[in-house]
Design a protein. Structure first.
Length: 245
């Protein structure tokens, strides 16, 4: 008899990649009803698994000490570059890290100042707790103490940030890299490095979480598949870098 639906809940980072992995998993395990639902954030995934409401979660940040105390197991599966992307109207496909700081601080207000189109810069940011913003602050030069301009729109999800950048001329946003971003957006190289290059300065680690002592056959099957060669190929197709455990 089939067990109940196995949901993997949490962050929106790497969502398309995880759904592709889920499809590959479904082909090998047709008897397991796997679901990768829309984002509820890393914190939402941690809360759901900690409370026992869900069995498996997905997070894009390390666990805090207080969260480890819930008895959570943290299993990194892939690194996902933190990409900067713009509406194609900007005429820009490369920036220095210094220029990026000037843009997000509000010092550069028009793309023509960087040799791009005569368009106002429309800033899209994320909430302070967002995993991609945290990674940018930790690793992108000049972002540690960057005060983002108040003249910016806050996107509540990765998908919202992408949609805004696709829809608004002059927009610039950031989020986890996926090759799907290359369709209809300009993915920006920073200091000459594209997000898929080894020397790109910023990446987030995507991990699965579960409560210690709760590992069942369904969960183990998906975790094992996420570390398989087939899953690693699917990760690479989406611009992810597999993490071997």
């Amino acid at each position: 008899m089939a067990q109940s639906e196995l949901k993997v809940v949490g962050t929106g980072d790497g969502l398309e990649m995880l759904r592709e992995i889920g499809e590959g998993f479904g082909e090998e395990h047709p008897g397991i009803n796997l679901s990768i639902p829309p984002s509820i954030g890393s914190g939402g995934g941690i809360a759901a698994v900690s409370s026992g409401a869900e069995r498996l979660g997905r997070v894009a940040r390390p666990l805090k000490e207080s969260e480890v105390e819930y008895g959570l197991v943290y299993l990194p599966i892939a690194k996902i570059p933190s990409a900067i992307f713009t509406h194609p109207s900007t005429g820009i496909d490369e920036l220095s890290s210094e220029d990026l700081v000037k843009i997000y601080s509000g010092k550069i207000k028009n793309w023509s100042e960087l040799g791009g189109a005569d368009l106002r810069v429309r800033l899209v940011r994320r909430e302070d707790a967002d995993s991609t913003l945290q990674v940018l602050r930790d690793s992108m030069p000049g972002w540690n103490d960057l005060e983002i301009s108040r003249r910016s729109k806050t996107a509540l999800t990765t998908q919202d940030a992408i949609s805004t950048a696709r829809d608004e001329k002059g927009a610039i946003a950031f989020g986890p890299y996926s090759r799907l971003l290359e369709d209809g957006l300009s993915v920006i190289s920073i200091n000459g490095a594209h997000p898929t290059d080894d020397n790109y300065p910023s990446a987030v680690t995507l991990a699965l979480i579960y409560k210690d002592g709760t590992l069942d056959d369904q969960m183990k099957a998906f975790i094992d598949f996420s570390q398989s060669g087939k899953a690693h190929e699917l990760m690479k197709n989406y611009g992810g870098v597999p993490v071997k455990n």
